[in-house]
Design a protein around this ligand. Structure first.
Ligand code: NDP
Length: 335
C-alpha cells in the first residue's frame, strides 16, 4: 500500500526475480523495446511523492506497490528492437530498481556517447538535478552580477551546482546545510563565500541577517518550512525566490505555516515555482555548457555512491535525514 509519512527502509523489499528471459516482448502498442542492464540508479526526493497515493496537485503518478521502484538510471543495452539503440550502447532515462529492465518506451532514453565523464554523473551533474540547477538559476532567478544569493540544502545534488553557477555569474553566495562536514564542503570544495549549519542556529532569521546584512536578492528554495519564513523577512526589495523544492514538507501531514508572506507585497518579491521538465528544450544547451565548465575545472561535483542494489532503500531513505553527502547514487554494476 501507500505511505503517508517519511519513507523507511522496510517500506521497500529486495526480491529475487530469477533469470531474465532473452525473448524480448513488444513494447507499448506493439512497439519496439530495449533490454537494459542497470549500472547506476538515482535517488531523488520527488520519488517520495510516488510512494503516496495520488495526491492533489501531484505532477507524477504513484508507484505500483509490488513492482520495482522506477527512477532515473544509467544502463547498458543488452538487446534492442529499436533502431536507435544497439547492444553495448550506454543509455540514461527512466528505468527500474532491478538488475535488468525492459524499457517499453525507448523514446525516453538518451544515448550517452563514450567520454572521460563518469557514467554516474549523467544522473546528477549532467542529469536531471544538474538541469534543475541550470534552468532554476538562469530561467527563474533572473540573476545579475553582484547580487546576494542564498541556497538551502546547498551541498545536495541541485544546490551544489546552483552555488557554483551563481559564483561564476559574479554573485555573492551563501548556503545552508545540515552538518559541519557539509558546511566545510560548501566553503572549501564548492567555493561558496560563506555557509552555515542550520541545525546549530536557534534563530534562522538572525542567522540570515548575520550572513546578509544588506538582505538577499535571490533565494533558491529547496527545503521550505521555517527556513522559507526566515528568508522572507531577509529578502531585499525586488528579490526573487525560485521555488525548486520543499524537502522538509514532503510526507508531513501538517505543513508548517508560513507567516511572513506579506513580505511578497511589501518588498515586491517575485516567487515562482518551476519543474525542470518544462524546460526540456534547453537540455542540449545545458549538457554543452556544463560539460565545458566541468572540463575547464570551473565546476566540481560531489556524489555519494552506495554500492549494490541492496543498498538502495537505505540510500533513498537517507535523503530525508540528510545522510547523503552530495548527489545520492546507487551503483548496481560497474559494467
Ligand atoms: P539533495 O541531494 O539536496 O538531498 C536532500 C537533502 O535535503 C538532504 O541531504 C538534506 O540536506 C536536506 N533535507 C532533508 N530533510 C530535510 C528537512 N526536514 N529540513 C531541511 N533539509 C532537509 O536533494 P536534491 O538536490 O536532489 O533535491 C533538492 C531539492 O530540489 C528537493 O526539494 C527536491 O524535491 C527539489 N527538486 C526539484 C526539481 C524541480 O524540477 N522543481 C527537480 C529536482 C529536485 P541537509 O543535511 O543539508 O539538511
Amino acid at each position: 500500500g501507500y505511505i503517508e509519512r517519511v519513507p523507511r527502509e522496510d517500506d521497500m523489499e529486495l526480491v529475487d526475480g530469477g533469470a531474465v528471459e532473452l525473448r524480448v516482448p513488444e513494447g507499448v502498442g506493439g512497439g519496439p523495446t530495449v533490454l537494459v542492464k542497470n549500472l547506476y540508479l538515482s535517488c531523488d526526493p520527488y520519488m517520495r511523492g510516488r510512494m503516496q497515493d495520488f495526491i492533489h496537485g501531484s505532477y507524477i503518478p504513484p508507484f505500483k506497490p509490488g513492482s520495482p521502484i522506477e527512477g532515473f538510471g544509467v544502463g547498458r543495452v543488452v538487446h534492442s528492437t529499436h533502431p536507435g539503440f544497439g547492444a553495448g550502447d550506454v543509455v540514461a532515462g527512466m528505468t527500474g530498481w532491478e538488475d535488468y529492465s525492459l524499457i517499453t518506451e525507448p523514446e525516453q532514453l538518451r544515448k550517452i556517447e563514450p567520454s572521460d565523464i563518469p557514467l554516474s554523473y549523467h544522473l546528477g551533474l549532467l542529469g536531471m538535478p544538474g538541469f534543475t540547477a541550470y534552468v532554476g538559476f538562469y530561467e527563474i532567478c533572473s540573476p545579475k552580477k553582484g547580487e546576494f544569493v542564498f541556497i538551502s540544502a546547498a551541498s545536495g545534488a541541485v544546490g551544489q551546482i546552483v552555488g557554483q553557477l551563481a559564483k561564476m555569474h559574479g554573485c555573492y553566495v551563501v548556503g545552508s546545510a545540515g552538518s559541519n562536514q557539509k558546511v566545510e564542503l560548501l566553503k572549501e570544495k564548492f567555493g561558496f563565500h560563506a555557509a552555515f549549519n542550520y541545525k546549530e542556529e536557534p534563530d534562522l532569521t538572525a542567522a540570515l541577517k548575520r550572513y546578509f546584512p544588506e538582505g538577499i536578492d535571490i533565494y533558491f528554495e529547496n527545503v521550505g518550512g521555517p527556513m522559507l519564513d526566515a528568508v522572507l523577512l531577509n529578502m531585499r526589495t525586488h528579490g526573487r525566490i525560485a521555488v525548486c523544492g520543499m524537502v522538509s514538507q514532503l510526507g508531513v501531514t501538517s505543513h508548517v505555516g508560513i507567516h511572513n508572506l506579506f513580505s511578497l507585497i511589501s518588498k515586491r518579491i517575485d516567487m515562482k515555482g518551476f519543474i525542470q521538465s518544462d524546460y526540456h528544450h534547453l537540455f542540449p544547451q545545458f549538457v554543452d555548457d556544463i560539460t565545458k565548465h566541468y572540463r575547464d575545472g570551473k565546476i566540481v561535483y560531489v556524489e555519494d555512491l552506495s554500492v549494490g542494489l541492496e543498498s538502495g532503500p537505505a540510500a533513498f531513505v537517507g535523503l530525508f535525514s540528510g545522510r547523503n553527502v552530495g548527489k545520492q547514487v546507487v551503483c548496481v554494476s560497474e559494467d
